[in-house]
Design a protein around this ligand. Sequence first.
Ligand SMILES: [Zn+2]
Ligand SMILES: [Zn+2]
Length: 352
Amino acid sequence: MPVLYNRISNEELKKRVLNETDPRATVSFYTYFVIDNPRAFRDNLYIKLNKLKVFGRIYVAKEGINAQISIPKNNFLIFKKMLFTLHPALNKVRLNIALEDNGKSFWVLRLKVRERIVADGINDENFDLKNIGEYLQADRVNKMIDDPNTLFVDMRNHYEYEIGYFENAINIPSDTFREQLPLAVEMLQNSKHKSIVMYCTGGIRCEKASAYMRHHGFENVYHIEGGIIAYVRQAKEMGLPLRFIGKNFVFDQRMGERITSDVVAYCHQCDTLCDTHVNCKNKICHLLFIQCPNCAAKFDGCCSITCKEEMGLLYKALLKRHRISNNKIKRFNKSKKLLNRTMQFIRKNNHT
Ligand SMILES: [Zn+2]
Ligand SMILES: [Zn+2]
């Protein structure tokens, strides 16, 4: 029987990766194409990637594949050859290689079969995912951005848009892609005569969104190939001015890559110019928000007075109940389950 799943503990795997001396590359790619049997496709791919010591997260669905992985640099060429010959739709698929990254953000290979690679809530059988808009490269993006008959539409989450966007782009304000699609059709109803340029971080969302808009009668639909990431790289290579201003939100500790020096967002607490995302230090709240250094000091890194006070109570309670040193509190602070239990306890006691 070939190995189809990982069975080693998380800590052990993490330790192994951190101890590795061979360099790794972080690579992401996606393609929409019909996979008749996602389960068989998945198992076959798992065996191949496992042999090449590839880690990361891959989703396979009937509509295609979406992958974020790390590959030992020594195996990169073998990997590429394997991927390009796996299926005709994967031949020469665009591989985005992260530059400022040690490739150690993954330590296990998780390959999952899903209903969709991007959850969209579309139930219409006539929806044709292949009927996409026209791809744009950086040079055409820069030309179209000055055209008054063109509308740039940001298909990311509102907090991503908040800190950086293409000049004059509008955002479809929503928390999920599923809600965003019908909302985009509704919001742009009076702009049908215009050219619509859609974009997202890496291109996977707006590719589907462009097909959705065409499905709803929009004729001049474009989308930026490879998203903001590819645009910035191409613009730099071609020596073009960057028309994406501010920061590009990324889902790692950095929470954003600076693209231009413009700061386009404001501290949520005092409204001064600031584009630093943080999570509320009160682990039970953990709200993602924008906070300036002044407010970070004033609120102890919390999003509100309530959270600051709750965090204060929490520390006091932990000290009293466990009589533990400050060092240990730091460790306790990482255990969300324990904190939740403690907080429930405090709340209960405050009410009686
Ligand atoms: Zn502030
Ligand atoms: Zn909070």
